[in-house]
Design a protein around this ligand. Structure first.
Ligand code: F6R
Length: 245
C-alpha cells in the first residue's frame, strides 16, 4: 500500500485524475469502477477535462458504478447514477454499452447484483477501482461489520450513512438500503485507489490504515490489496501514524 499525502483537495483531486487518465492511456479497454460522492467530484471533472483536451480514446473503456441507494431513481440528482452520468459519462460521451450502473429501483435486487457481477467478469475484471471512505469507515455501502467475502450485495444502511447521506439530496429522503459492489471486488481489482480529504475523515483514515484490519472498519481491507494507493490531503492525514510509501 502506497500512501500519498497531498497539500489540499485540489492537489489530491489532480493526483487522482492522473491515475484515472494514466490507467486509460496504458489500457484503452480498461474496466473502471468509480465511487460517487463529494470526494471524487473534482478528480472526475479534471480527468474528463484532460481526456477531452488530450483527445484520449475512451471508446473501448467500460465503467461500472460502485453503489446506489435502493428506492432512488437515477434521475434524482442525489443518486450515484446521476452523479456519474453528469460528472463523467456525459462530458466524455460514454455510450450506454460502455456503462453498467446499479438500478436502485430494480424489482429483483439479487438479479441486479448478479448482472453487475456478470458485467465485471465478462469484461475481464476491474482494472481500477476508485473509492471514498465514509465517516464510519464504509467503502461503497460496505458498512461496519460487513464480510470481506461478498461480490455485489444488498445492505441495510448504517445509521451514520442514513444521516450523512442526506447531504446529497434536496429534501429529506428515506435511505434504508443500498446495493453495492462487495469488498471481494475491491480485493480482486488490479489497482485500488482510496481517496479522502478534510478533517472529518482524519479519524477513519487513521483507524483504517494504522490499526489492524477489521470488519468493524471496512476500509481497513485496503491494507490487504496487492496494488493499493491511498491519496489523501493533509487534513485527512492529520492523525495518520503510518506514512508508508
Ligand atoms: C459513494 C460511496 C460512498 C462514499 C463515502 C464518502 O458512491 O461509495 O462510500 O465514497 O460515503 O462520501 P463523500 O465522498 O461524499 O464524503
Amino acid at each position: 500500500m502506497q500512501i500519498i499525502i497531498e497539500k489540499d483537495y485540489e492537489a489530491m483531486s489532480r493526483r487522482t485524475a492522473d491515475v484515472i487518465v494514466d490507467t486509460i492511456i496504458n489500457n484503452p479497454s480498461a474496466t473502471l469502477c468509480l465511487a460517487a460522492g463529494d470526494t471524487p467530484r473534482l478528480a472526475y471533472s479534471l480527468a474528463a477535462k484532460r481526456i477531452n483536451s488530450e483527445q484520449i480514446d475512451v471508446t473501448s473503456c467500460k465503467f461500472v458504478s460502485l453503489d446506489e441507494w435502493i428506492g432512488i431513481s437515477d434521475n434524482n440528482d442525489g443518486s450515484c447514477g446521476y452523479f456519474l452520468r453528469t460528472v463523467l459519462f456525459d462530458p466524455l460521451r460514454i455510450t450506454n454499452q460502455q456503462v453498467h450502473v446499479f438500478d436502485g429501483l430494480a424489482n429483483n435486487l439479487l438479479a441486479e447484483c448478479g448482472a453487475m457481477d456478470e458485467f465485471i467478469f465478462n469484461n475481464g475484471g476491474i482494472d481500477l477501482i476508485v473509492v471514498g471512505i465514509g465517516r464510519n469507515g464504509h467503502v461503497g455501502f460496505n458498512e461496519p461489520g460487513v464480510s470481506f467475502d461478498h461480490y455485489s450485495h444488498v445492505v441495510e444502511l448504517d445509521a451514520t450513512t442514513k444521516t450523512v447521506g442526506q447531504k446529497y439530496f434536496r429534501e429529506t429522503t428515506a435511505l434504508n438500503q443500498g446495493i453495492t459492489l462487495g469488498l471481494k471486488h475491491l480485493l480482486e481489482s488490479r489497482q485500488a485507489v482510496l481517496i479522502a480529504n478534510g478533517t472529518a475523515k482524519a479519524e477513519v483514515i487513521h483507524l483504517s490504515l494504522d490499526e489492524e484490519i477489521s470488519t468493524a472498519m471496512p476500509a481497513s481491507i485496503i491494507q490487504n490489496h496487492q496494488n493499493a494507493l491511498v491519496i489523501v490531503d493533509e487534513e485527512a492525514a492529520s492523525l495518520l501514524k503510518t506514512r508508508r510509501s
